[in-house]
Design a protein around this ligand. Sequence first.
Ligand SMILES: [Mg+2]
Length: 189
Amino acid sequence: MMTNYAIFDLDDTLLNLHVPLIHTLNERTGLSKCPKSIKTFTIEEDYGISQETFFRWAIESNILERGVIHDGALELFNTLKTQGTRIAIITARAWHPRARAITEEWLNCNGLVPDELHIVHMHENKNHSTGHMKCVRLAVDDREHHVHHFSKLTANAFLYRQGWNVNATHPHYIDNLMQLNNSINIGEI
Ligand SMILES: [Mg+2]
């Protein structure tokens, strides 16, 4: 039997990164942007800073360590594992020099243990990490272009609804991980 895969993005899909990130950027710049009002999430433009500055601040402020696990993530991982689905996280965190170590530690601390962890570059196509996955059961990401690629691998490619993707043309949204876990439990996915 072919291995079934579930593919997850990490930042703002399995965890909330944008709230601690925006707090940090507000502190550093003196601006007072509200996380709920972030519609494009082009940080450099929103805050008038270079990408280099953004990355430096993010590293200095331990942003990756401060992500907050989304409700339902643990239950979702347990359901998928019970059903024999292999879990792959593909995250574009390669901008951070210690991305793998920090990510592995965060996952362990939060009890999320994927079967595979792929760390890719920010503008890299995530499909470069999926070549060995012959059977993909579902995929979730908060970025439309990644979901667009995943939709070539599975009919169950979902956008995790966030302020910056509400105008996406991709029709398959999920609003939270509990909802996804329920759909899997009742055999909809
Ligand atoms: Mg993301």
